[in-house]
Design a protein around this ligand. Structure first.
Ligand code: F6R
Length: 246
């Protein structure tokens, strides 16, 4: 059901599983459409609790319905900093554990910000990361989750609309929310590499998923004024963005 009174179209599903199936179907349609045209399909990927069912559904589609990811190029939104790729909590590990190890994507087509660069090189590395998806022709479909404070990627409140891929300080609320992935809060990195808001806005299509306890911040993002204090509200300025909620 589309609620056309909101500033961003919102698709409401009875459960996170149902909403995730809807998102997976849109992804699969796009991949197949691009396959028919012999084109690459460029997807922007998110991590965290939100896309768990989506990843599982994509794996199921690959195994049971023969959905191939051979023409897919992926770019992940963010990564903790500093972190080693192989650390259990890294988003590199997350993506391989939940998705990439179970589908037929070419490893050369997987791009995840590398949180192991020395600090003095990170700025250059972020600019290079940003250039890589521009070279790939831009992102066809960007998947997003949303933080309780309205962050998208790790663009915390106050992130500029013109921000690009960069190193950012994580809000304490984000570190608290993500503590479950670590031994305790002191082990949660204080920094992260994230695509910027302007980077995200360049995607041709955006699907933001938000389940359960995210309803208040989703309502604020969809109904409220556009404000850098609520980064997800800036998505009102995108011409092809849909929120998928339960
Ligand atoms: C993760 C990301 C973040 C999360 C957000 C919600 O790649 O970009 O914006 O989507 O923090 O996290 P979960 O899904 O764990 O509630």
């Amino acid at each position: 059901m589309v609620d056309s009174f909101e500033k961003i179209p919102v698709e409401i599903y009875p459960s996170a599983q149902d909403g995730s199936r809807y998102v997976a179907e849109e992804i699969a349609r796009l991949i197949r459409e691009k396959q028919q045209k012999k084109e690459k399909c460029v997807l922007g990927m998110a991590t965290g609790g939100t896309p768990i069912y989506l990843d599982a559904e994509l794996v199921r589609m690959h195994k049971e319905e023969g959905l191939s990811f051979k023409n897919v190029i992926t770019f992940n939104l963010d990564e903790y900093y500093p972190i080693e790729k192989k650390a259990f909590q890294s988003y590199w590990s997350f993506m391989h554990r939940h998705l990439f190890d179970h589908i037929d994507i070419d490893p050369a087509n997987i791009h995840i910000p590398d949180g192991s660069w020395p600090k003095e090189d990170v700025k250059k590395y972020c600019a290079a990361y940003e250039a890589t998806f521009e070279e790939a022709g831009g992102i066809d479909l960007q998947i997003l989750g949303i933080g309780l404070n309205g962050h998208i990627g790790f663009n915390e409140p106050g992130s500029s609309i013109i921000s690009k891929t960069r190193l950012i300080n994580l809000d304490n609320t984000t570190r608290i929310a993500n503590t479950y992935e670590f031994e305790n809060i002191s082990k949660v990195p204080r920094l992260a590499i994230t695509m910027g808001i302007s980077t995200i806005l360049k995607a041709k299509r955006i699907l933001l998923m938000g389940w359960g306890q995210k309803s208040a911040i989703i309502a604020r993002s969809v109904d409220g004024n556009v404000s850098e204090h609520v980064p997800a509200s800036i998505l009102q300025q995108h011409t092809d963005c849909t929120f998928v909620v339960d």
